[in-house]
Write a protein that binds this ligand. Sequence first.
Ligand SMILES: *[C@@H]1O[C@H](CO)[C@@H](O)[C@H](O)[C@H]1NC(C)=O
Length: 254
Amino acid sequence: MAMMIVTRGKILEVVVLAALVAIGTAAPAMWPGSRDGFECPPPGFDSVKGLDLRKYVSAPWYVQEQMPVAYQSVEDLYCVRARYVLQDEDDLTKGITVYNYANKGEVNGPAEGTSGTGGSSFQLQAVVPDLNDASKLLVGPSFLEKLLGEELAERFYGDYWVVAVGPSSNETLGYDWAIISGGPPRTRGMDGCMTGSKFLDRFQINGAGFWLFSRKPVDPESTEAMRKVAKEKGFDLSVLRKVEQEGCKYEGAL
Ligand SMILES: *[C@@H]1O[C@H](CO)[C@@H](O)[C@H](O)[C@H]1NC(C)=O
């Protein structure tokens, strides 16, 4: 889900914040949690083994809770949905088109994301570098691949790891819920490990992100199950914000 939205006004902010990060990392003992006995990422942390990607992409995912990131700030956390479409039905190595959808400011507010009428002009895609480890994807803008070639473009893509799934009784769906992390959670948070850095959620693009996905728009049962599993895997749940899905019409979503 890595996107690159850099407006001119933001560049200065990013520079200033980069300086703040440098100061912050110079004094790690000041930050809460730094002296507790836990390691990040947690020892043995890994993504799902043997993920069936075809089932995973067989229906849209509705975000129940997530960590705000640069391209999904708190005001964008309405009706967030992700749909994935194989670029070639017979060949997973051809990649997956990513249609992200969200409403700004309120339920059924202006549509945003790479999906539908509110879609930005560029297309996002997910690629699977190793089909034998299909839960580790990379996401980024398709145009980079055309510009730089596959190998180089992927260095600018962001990690998208499926770190846990809940089985579905529906054979087509395969999974009823999924926990996604922007790679292994390498940063010590307040109460566990997190992706990205601690303070700068507005500026985190690659290597950041944490999402709780369900097949159902409103799904408190799965959300509870996911929070429990995420906690056991060592994640800091305090970064999660609720995504409003009640009453969403997903107008203009692809
Ligand atoms: C399984 O899920 C698919 C996709 O949502 C749906 O079309 C289908 O009716 C479901 N099958 C059963 C048996 O519920």
